[in-house]
Design a protein around this ligand. Structure first.
Ligand code: ADP
Length: 326
């Protein structure tokens, strides 16, 4: 029989994303509502290993729903990769009597949680907190909507100046392994080309289309490229310049602004819903799972399965890009 969960810990791990605070708030307040003791674990798995753990009350999460970043901080924790590090983390949790964990993070954090939950008797729930949206088993991840909206706002501004000068702008957005931010922000801003790591970039066809556009006097062009795409913004500009030296080009790398800022209403809502669901799952005995939202319903899959899958960009999106970007 599964042991009753009475004291839970919540942590944010790996890359931060806007909406993590809204999620922490939901976990803390749902836990307290169900008469659980709730602990905040600082700096991801580092706080577990180093015993940097604080008791959370309802007021501990006051006035944070609208704030980006994470009040619990986050980190990449080398020690957690080792059995000794995880044993140390377990000992610290045991001392406090923590018997349930909610981990808000990306796929790396879930891998850590999966290994930990297989080794020890502390059930873990993973919640998708990442701007990359590349996690299977959920339509949404906490932070993606905010990051895309930040990118869209920036690209709209770039279009104004690109238009004033008749320039080609190459805008690099975040996404080391996944092209979702590039795809969504590119479609939403009417970019002429969207380059993502999931699809091989055909430089000849980009040049051909730019030359064809030049012929019909269409000089304003936006290319949105994900940072993990084979060439990246700077290299791409170099290659285009070599073939079309007279073309006016500029590169803009949006960078970390996409990670910060106040979360959108949508991110606050899914963060709240997922945070509540994680606590409910721990209480109801749905242990060692990943909690997502699929077709507007809560969706639960075992952590063992969740770490094996990735969300893939659908062919339909790629077709839409091709048709609309002329
Ligand atoms: P993200 O969760 O954003 O994908 P990382 O991949 O950096 O970020 O993972 C966050 C943390 O999760 C790592 O720093 C490490 O502490 C832990 N982690 C990731 N993979 C493993 C693993 N295979 N074994 C143990 N811990 C892991």
């Amino acid at each position: 029989m599964k042991k009753e969960v009475t004291k839970i810990g919540v942590l944010t791990s790996g890359g931060d994303s806007p909406g993590m605070n809204a999620c922490i708030r939901a976990v803390v307040r749902s836990g307290l509502y169900y008469n659980l003791e709730v602990y905040g674990i600082m700096r991801g798995y580092s706080g577990m290993v180093e015993n940097d753990i604080i008791k959370m009350e309802s007021r501990s999460v006051a006035n944070i729903i609208q704030r980006g970043g994470t009040i619990l901080k986050t980190s990449r924790c080398k020690e957690f990769y080792t059995p000794e590090g995880r044993q140390q983390a377990y000992n610290n949790l045991k001392k406090l009597g923590i018997n349930g964990l909610v981990i808000i993070g990306g796929d790396g954090s879930f891998r850590g949680a999966q290994i930990f939950s297989n080794e020890f008797d502390i059930p873990c729930i993973g919640l998708p907190g990442t701007i990359d949206k590349d996690i299977a088993g959920t339509d949404f991840t906490i932070g993606f909507d905010t990051a895309v909206n930040t990118a869209v706002e920036a690209i709209d501004k770039i279009r104004d100046t690109a238009d004033a000068h008749d320039r080609l702008f190459i805008i690099e957005v975040m996404g080391r392994d996944a092209g979702y931010i590039a795809l969504h922000s590119g479609i939403a801003t009417g970019a002429e080309n969207i380059l993502i790591p999931e699809k091989k970039t055909d430089i000849d066809s980009i040049i051909k289309s730019l030359q064809e556009k030049e012929k019909r006097q269409k000089l304003v062009n936006l290319i949105v490229v994900a940072e993990g795409e084979k060439f990246g913004g700077v290299e791409l500009e170099k290659m285009i310049k070599e073939r079309m030296p007279l073309l006016e080009t500029r590169v803009c790398i949006l960078g970390h602004i996409q990670r910060g800022g106040s979360p959108t209403c949508f991110d606050r809502l899914i963060a709240s819903r997922m945070g509540y669901s994680a606590v409910e799952s721990l209480i109801e005995g749905r242990h060692n799972i990943f909690v997502g939202i699929l077709n507007n319903k809560m969706h639960y899959i075992p952590l063992d399965e969740a770490v094996k899958k990735k969300q893939h960009i659908s062919e339909e999106w790629l077709k839409i890009v091709k048709i609309l970007a002329t």
